[in-house]
Write a protein that binds this ligand. Structure first.
Ligand code: BGC
Length: 573
């Protein structure tokens, strides 16, 4: 086992990326919504953790039906977040510090308020009609109007909306306010490349996080999806729009553009993709599609992204997928990345650790060990560095503001008033709603966690535990989750050959309580042992590592043959 075949080591492979979800990061103009100035003010904090790249979630002009993932102008900034001058300052400030700055590229769809869609929907003969996906209705035997096919929107219900003006349906794989672009139209492609890609590269950004990269191209026949959910009228059409041949062509075109501007980071969402060969088609360097992809198999273990059928999962399942996506690029020219949180999924300490007061900090540190020793580019989400948790189970449904949670809840309520079913739906929301990641950042124990001084409070309620969990409280506490992240990221840098570039072998595949893996590079290796339970677990340190003291542990006391609850340890040899 050697280290990964890294023919080239561009900067983005060793990067530690800090993801900012701007609405909830820091409000500096007292309107209750986070802003770009708030990010500029917080760069000291971000850099002090050990992050060297900022990924800014969408700040473009948008009606914010899907919090910025519905863009009405790629070349303008949502005034709620600030101005173009603020973005220039933020980018400049990052660069002054030797940091990089990447932005979201959201081009599967635009907002229905984008001028392109306004034109497209105005008449069947408009030159931009074909920039989106329009189809006539189907009719059943009773003459009832039906959408062109049975595809389901990722936000519940049909993926088609009827447009009265021109008497046709348009496709939207997300909300009706997010019409899908027609990537078969070459004029549209060029317009997107100019407006969403080149415009920002010209400004000097260092790369893109590419939203929903696998679904741009649809099978032109738009066939019905196979029935995978017999309880529903609407089915996942991924078979006909996921990983279609043309999507690779599109990503190659994008990379051909980005590479004219130097070495840029490109990281795309794999979405529901599970097939490693296809994943390699996206991230193999010789294919020149994207640098790396976010896999969701691990973070969505027990459910599927945008589905609300949640079940319990075992640590074996978690380990199996984690290891699979760590190893898949070994002996190839591809690259991988590691993350446990983002704006679309629940807080990792609540999902994979234990967010009770007794174990929250220890388990958050244990997960920090896992991530900081993982192969690939590392992504950290705002608040993860202090162990922010899911919202309390006592919060009523009205506190969940995300379109996906609200649509799901409405759909269940419309279908039934059976209490058990409704309670089950609420339980799902409490486990995995996107809202958990979207509560305001907890800066201090001041009202609203110091996120805002707006008289009306923040746009979304701050998690009640801000009194105990905040940046201010942890910054000077050497035992805090935040201080531990700093140590871990310093070690990641020091041992980057093993941690960032090394190979991965899971050693205890069948063990339901612990996760043990070996990372290896040329001439050096590390052993990582993690206890995912609240009970002590026996641990057997292999011969090669015995005798050496751990490089780091997340507890002050450790015992050679036992791992305490949620303990994590790293040995190097
Ligand atoms: C983004 C989501 C968004 C969706 C539609 C995603 O994968 O991360 O937040 O709702 O794309 O743009």
């Amino acid at each position: 086992m050697g280290s990964l075949a890294t023919i080239a080591k561009p900067w983005w492979k060793d990067a530690v990326v800090y993801q900012v979800w701007p609405a909830s990061f820091k409000d500096t103009n007292q309107d209750g919504v986070g802003d770009i100035r708030g990010v500029i003010e917080s760069l000291d904090h971000i850099q002090s953790i050990g992050a060297d790249t900022v990924w800014m979630c969408p700040i473009y002009a948008s009606p914010r039906i899907d919090f910025g993932y519905d863009i009405s102008d790629y070349e303008a900034i949502d005034p709620n977040f600030g101005t173009m001058a603020d973005v220039d300052d933020l980018m400049q400030e990052c660069h002054n510090r030797g940091m990089k700055f990447i932005m979201d590229l959201v081009i599967n769809h635009t907002s229905d308020q984008h001028k392109w869609f306004q034109e497209s929907r105005s008449s069947k003969t408009n030159p931009k009609r074909d920039w989106y996906i329009w189809r006539p209705a189907k009719y059943d035997e009773k003459g009832q109007r039906l959408p062109p096919n049975n595809w389901r929107s990722n936000f519940v219900g049909s993926a088609w909306t009827w447009d009265e003006t021109t008497q046709e349906y348009y496709l939207h794989l997300f909300a009706p306010e997010q019409p899908d672009l027609n990537w078969d139209n070459l004029k549209m492609r060029k317009a997107v490349y100019d407006s969403a890609v080149r415009f920002w590269l010209e400004k000097g950004i260092d790369g893109f996080r590419i939203d929903t990269m696998t679904i741009y191209s649809k099978n032109p026949a738009l066939p019905d999806a196979p029935i995978t959910d017999p309880t529903s009228e609407w089915q996942s059409g991924r078979k006909w729009y996921g990983d279609q041949p043309k999507v690779f062509e599109i990503l190659k075109e994008i990379t051909a553009i980005t590479s004219q501007y130097g070495e840029k980071m490109t990281v795309g969402e794999f979405g529901a993709l599970k097939n490693l060969n296809v994943a390699l088609d996206y991230v193999g360097a010789s294919n020149r599609c994207v640098g790396m992809g976010f896999q969701f198999e691990t973070v969505c273990v027990g459910y599927a992204l945008n589905h609300w059928h949640i079940r319990n999962f075992s640590l074996q399942e978690f380990k199996q997928t984690f290891g699979k996506w760590q190893q898949f690029v070994e002996e190839t020219d591809g690259w991988t990345c590691a993350f446990l949180e983002n704006h679309d999924i629940a807080r990792s300490v609540s999902r994979f650790g234990n967010d009770s007061p007794r174990y929250r900090a220890t388990s958050a540190k244990m997960l920090a060990i896992l991530l900081a020793t993982s192969t690939g580019t590392l992504f950290l989400y705002q608040g993860q560095e202090i162990g922010m948790t899911n919202v309390p189970a006592t919060w009523p449904i009205e506190e969940y503001l995300d379109i996906s949670s609200q649509n799901y809840w409405k759909s269940v309520k419309t279908a039934t008033d059976d209490k058990a079913v409704l309670d089950g739906a609420l339980a799902n929301i409490r486990k995995v709603a996107r809202d958990h990641a979207r509560t305001p950042m907890q800066w201090s124990d001041k009202p609203h966690g110091g996120f805002t001084t707006c008289g009306k409070g923040p746009w979304m309620r701050t998690n009640d535990n801000y009194v105990d969990i905040s940046v201010e409280k942890q910054a000077h506490d050497p035992d805090s989750v935040l201080s531990f992240w700093k140590q871990m990221l310093a070690l990641r840098k020091q041992y980057s050959d093993i941690f960032v570039h090394g190979t991965w072998r899971t050693m205890d595949v069948e063990n339901p309580a612990t996760m043990t893996f070996v990372k290896q590079a040329e001439g050096e290796k590390a052993l990582v042992v993690l206890n995912f339970t609240d009970q002590p677990q026996p641990v057997k340190i292999p011969e090669d590592f015995r005798g050496s003291k751990p490089l780091i542990t997340n507890l002050n006391q450790w015992y050679p043959e036992t791992l305490s609850a949620y303990e994590g340890r790293v040995y190097v040899a």
